[in-house]
Design a protein around this ligand. Structure first.
Ligand code: MN
Length: 254
C-alpha cells in the first residue's frame, strides 16, 4: 500500500490542474486588453465571461472541434496572424511571410498575445495610431486537431514543449503542419513548417495566389475602402480558383 493518507488522489490532482488552467485563462487576455482602447477600435474586447463559458465546456464523449484562423494584417508591416484555439483563447503568432506549402520552407512565426475567440470573425480596419492600426482580412479559417489524434492534451503538451504538430482543415490551408519553438531569448519565436503529405507542394505560393477574404471575397483594398462583401458567386468562384489542389504526380515540362 502506498502513502494513501497523504498523497492526493488522481481526482484531486485533476481538480488542481483544472483550477490552475482556469485561473490562467482569466489572465490570458490581460495583455490583449491592455494594448487596445476599445472606445477607438472595433476589435472585440474579449469578455471574460465568454472565455470562462467556453473553457468550462462539460466533458462530452467527443471533444468539440477546435478553431483556427489566419488573418492577413496590413499594419506597419504586412504579416499573417496565425491563431489556434486552445483552452478558451486563440494562441497567436505573427508570420511575416505567411504560410508556405513547401516543406523545405521554414516561416518565422513570432508568438504574440493570446486573442479572444471572438476575434475569429473580425475583418475590417483598426484606426491608424491604435495598436495594430491598419487593415485586417480573414484569409483562412476552419478546424484543426493534434496530428497524433491526442486531442487538446496533446496540443497543450506540444505547445509547452515547443513542438506543436497539428492538422488544418481550412479552405486554403490543409494537412499537417508543425510549429517549432526556437531557443532564443526574449519573446518566443517559432518556425511554421509544412509536413510532407499529399497537400505539400513546392511549385505554388498560396500567399501570392490567394489575395481575397475567405469570408467576404474582398481584397485588402476593398476592406480598407469599406466596400461591401462581394457576391456569393464571386466568393465561391474565387475560392475554387485559388484552393490548392491535392498534389498530382509532377508534370515535367522538360
Ligand atoms: Mn497582427
Amino acid at each position: 500500500m502506498k502513502n494513501a493518507g497523504v498523497a492526493p488522489s488522481a481526482a484531486e490532482n485533476d481538480m488542481v490542474a483544472k483550477k490552475r488552467r482556469s485561473s490562467a485563462r482569466g489572465a490570458k487576455l490581460t495583455e490583449y486588453q491592455r494594448k487596445r482602447d476599445f472606445t477607438k477600435t472595433r476589435e472585440p474586447a474579449g469578455d471574460p465571461s465568454s472565455i470562462a463559458r467556453k473553457g468550462r465546456s462539460p466533458r462530452t464523449k467527443r471533444e468539440p472541434k477546435l478553431q483556427f484562423v489566419v488573418q492577413k494584417h496590413a499594419a506597419s508591416h504586412l504579416h499573417f496572424d496565425f491563431r489556434l484555439e486552445l483552452d478558451g483563447v486563440m494562441k497567436s503568432w505573427a508570420v511575416p511571410k505567411g504560410p508556405s506549402y513547401d516543406p523545405a520552407v521554414r516561416r518565422l512565426a513570432m508568438e504574440v498575445e493570446d486573442h479572444p475567440i471572438e476575434y475569429n470573425t473580425f475583418e475590417g480596419t483598426i484606426p491608424q495610431g491604435e495598436y495594430g492600426g491598419g487593415t485586417v482580412m480573414l484569409w483562412d479559417r476552419g478546424t484543426y486537431e493534434a496530428e497524433d489524434g491526442g486531442g487538446a492534451d496533446a496540443l497543450r503538451d506540444g505547445y509547452a514543449r515547443g513542438d506543436l504538430k497539428f492538422v488544418l482543415r481550412g479552405e486554403r490551408l490543409h494537412g499537417g503542419w508543425v510549429l517549432v519553438r526556437m531557443k532564443r531569448p526574449g519573446r518566443p519565436q517559432w518556425l511554421l513548417i509544412k509536413h510532407r503529405d499529399e497537400y505539400a507542394m513546392s511549385d505554388r505560393d498560396v500567399v501570392d495566389e490567394v489575395t481575397t477574404s475567405v469570408a467576404t471575397g474582398r481584397t485588402m483594398e476593398d476592406i480598407a475602402a469599406g466596400r461591401k462583401r462581394r457576391s456569393r458567386s464571386a466568393v465561391s468562384a474565387a475560392s475554387k480558383k485559388t484552393a490548392p489542389r491535392k498534389k498530382t504526380p509532377a508534370r515535367r515540362a522538360g
